[in-house]
Design a protein around this ligand. Structure first.
Ligand code: GDP
Length: 202
């Protein structure tokens, strides 16, 4: 966490399926009502090369994504497409580039105490089939690794959210220029952060 925890930031991307499903308002609402503050927001169509850059910020991403996918198959007793994590990760990246450059995305930066963890909790686990009810991926869509892999495409799970504080610090400057992030006071913050509550009763 940053020294001033209230300033912790995280990146959220509404992927093309979120926009095509007309869920932009619902998705923003889920993060907004948590108490986090929206400090950056824009919409554009990312290129294939830009998505490659995003997922190359963590040099181990392909390995980790492959391991995660293989573990999910094993847990369900289904044979993974390959036992080689790098091979699985490579395929996931190829399909992700196609998916995320297929149309407009909405990108946001949310700020506040525990921003990274709170956003991951609201978003839910990677695979909609197994992500918890009450989360975005658990409530609002229905995809699975098995069906996505059969169709040779990425899992359509509506959202990208930074996985850790370190990831957020690398991802935010890639997607936003410093001047696109706005420093402002939100009146709600006093109820979330102030030690003493004063000035409520007249
Ligand atoms: P996230 O941080 O929860 O989004 O998960 P990852 O960073 O591991 O994966 C990035 C994205 O790749 C996911 O959000 C999915 O859209 C897609 N994806 C991940 N694993 C798989 C997989 O095993 N198969 C397929 N088809 N897509 C995957």
């Amino acid at each position: 966490m940053e020294q001033d925890g209230k300033k912790e930031k995280t990146l959220v991307i509404i992927k093309p399926d979120g926009i095509q499903r007309s869920l932009v308002g619902e998705l923003i609402k889920r993060y907004e009502r948590s108490g986090l503050k929206l400090v950056g927001l824009k919409m554009f169509v990312p290129t294939d090369a830009f998505i490659e850059q995003h997922y190359s910020l963590d040099p181990d991403w392909k390995m980790k994504a492959g391991e995660k996918a293989i573990a999910a198959y094993d847990k369900k007793g289904i044979a993974p497409p390959s036992r080689e994590p790098l091979e699985v990760g490579e395929k996931v990246l190829r399909n992700l580039k196609k998916y995320l450059s297929s149309g407009p995305v909405v990108t946001m930066v949310w700020q506040g105490m525990h921003a990274v963890e709170i956003v991951r909790k609201i978003t839910g686990g990677t695979e909609p089939l197994t992500s918890d009810v009450g989360t975005i991926r658990g409530d609002l869509t229905i995809d699975s690794y098995a069906v996505a892999d059969t169709g040779d495409r990425a899992v359509r799970n509506l959202i990208h959210a930074s996985g850790s504080h370190e990831e957020a610090q690398k991802e935010i400057p890639l997607w936003f220029k410093a001047e696109e992030l706005i420093n402002y006071r939100l009146l709600n913050e006093s109820i979330l952060y102030d030690v003493n509550l004063g000035g409520i009763l007249e």
